[in-house]
Design a protein around this ligand. Structure first.
Ligand code: ZN
Length: 434
């Protein structure tokens, strides 16, 4: 390892060490080694920062400090996060909006566009942040509208090196580019959050009805999910390396919100998301609310992804959010050359929480996400049962999807499947976050 480090700056070395570097490079600097370094499991567990509440003499909270900057109580400001990637001379700092209330309270963080092509979350953060009134706000809201600024500019899900940033959290400071960016975001911003909402959409031309995904084996996450009002909630232990998983493991109540599909801005999805997050802020006592009615309760679902049993052209006969019946044909997949086809059939009565657009699909493509409404307690019990089962079964290699592979399109990495990307948002799951 020391040899490899010295190779990073051969120009400053004498000729002989330089030659040595060349001689050992093939053995050391392989992509495999790079991936090994990036394994989130190998990083020390990040510590959440316990910030003491400091009240100034005038009774207002002390300025909120982040990223080497500060925002005064009752103010809103844009700070900048530099992932320290790329060429320093052309790297663009990522804007981070901070609204620091005039009363002390929790710090809620919103992250969007970890996948650069997921636009709905960007618009949600913009609307939320600019609607806030810091003068009457209790606590602090930190919004990062575009985490993966580089992918966003290219209109792509991934980082420039084709890695999925949402597989590298909490990251390591000396790993691959993705692992370093993840580490920087996590250690500089995420550890300061007391609640986290990570905003996503479906992936690979799939759309999701607005929904939350969280690990319901954690009572504080169930409690957090209940504060979002009348939204769909799914249990799912997030895939290893996702921001949701890393933040949950660090003890931060975290959910992902999935709304709509990639590469488009959908008014309905954005509205649903904004309303749900506003409801959270109200229920955490952060906003002055004038509501006189009790807010609707979230609806918990158990769900399953249905996959294409053959490759071909997928044509749907249903729409997102439809109620479907057991035995109903949801869509067909037809081989365009042989004209042989097969139907994808609903295995139980339920609601269509996510689906693929009409497109060419391969065998095994996750096409329809069907959910069945359950009592929150049932979902919690089932989550606990799955967790216990998982711990009992000996797993020599921890894979991304855990045991939820059959219901988790995103439970495999692109490298493993050969697909361009994991199906849903990466938060896997019974919940597969996109
Ligand atoms: Zn995503």
């Amino acid at each position: 390892m020391p040899l490899r480090l010295s190779c990073a700056r051969p120009l400053s070395r004498a000729l002989l060490p330089g030659l040595l570097c060349l001689a050992v490079m093939p053995a050391l600097a392989t992509e495999v080694e790079d991936e090994d370094i990036a394994k989130p499991e190998q990083a020390p567990a990040p510590q959440v920062v316990e910030e003491p509440v400091v009240i100034e003499e005038d009774g207002r909270p002390a300025p909120f400090t982040l990223l080497g900057d500060s925002v005064a109580a009752g103010g809103i400001d844009t700070l900048y996060w530099s992932p320290e990637q790329s060429f320093a001379s052309i790297a663009t700092p990522v804007p981070v909006l901070v609204a620091h209330g005039s009363q002390p309270g929790p710090t809620v963080c919103l992250t969007a566009a970890i996948h650069g092509d997921e636009l709905n979350g960007i618009e949600m953060v913009r609307r939320l942040m600019y609607q806030l009134e810091p003068a009457t706000l209790t606590g602090t809201v930190v919004g990062i509208p575009i985490v993966n600024l580089d992918g966003f500019r290219r209109g792509e899900r991934y980082l420039a090196d084709r890695r999925d940033l949402n597989r590298y959290f909490p990251g390591v400071p000396d790993g691959s580019s993705a692992a370093r960016i993840a580490h920087s975001l996590f250690s500089e911003i995420i550890v300061h959050c007391q609640y986290l909402v990570d905003l996503h959409t479906g992936s690979l031309r799939r759309v999701n009805h607005a929904q939350l995904r969280g690990d319901m084996t954690h009572p504080d996450i169930v409690e957090f999910a209940r504060k979002f009002g009348g939204i769909t909630v799914l249990h799912g232990k997030a895939a290893s390396g996702t921001l949701r998983r890393a933040a949950t493991d660090a003890g931060i109540p975290t959910v992902t919100m999935e709304a709509g599909g990639p590469n488009r801005l959908e008014e309905e999805a954005v509205d649903s998301g904004v309303k749900a997050i506003e409801t959270v802020l109200d229920n955490l006592g952060m906003r002055k609310t004038r509501r006189f009615w009790s807010s609707p309760q979230p609806v918990f679902y158990e769900s399953q992804w249905l996959r294409a049993s053959q490759g071909g052209i997928l044509m749907s006969q249903v729409k997102l959010n439809d109620q479907v019946r057991r035995g109903q044909v949801l869509g067909t997949v037809t081989d365009p050359v042989t004209n042989t086809g097969s139907a994808i059939i609903a295995p139980f009565d339920g609601r269509l929480l996510g689906m693929a657009e009409n497109q060419v699909v391969h065998t095994g493509f996750a096409a329809y996400h069907v959910g069945v409404e359950k009592a929150p307690e049932q979902v919690q019990e089932e989550a606990a049962r799955q967790e216990a089962e998982q711990q009992e079964s000996v797993q020599p290699v921890q894979d991304d999807g855990g045991t939820a592979e059959d219901i988790a399109p995103e439970s495999t990495t692109p490298e493993q499947t050969g697909e361009e990307a994991p199906p849903a948002d990466v938060d896997t799951a019974p919940s597969t976050d996109g």
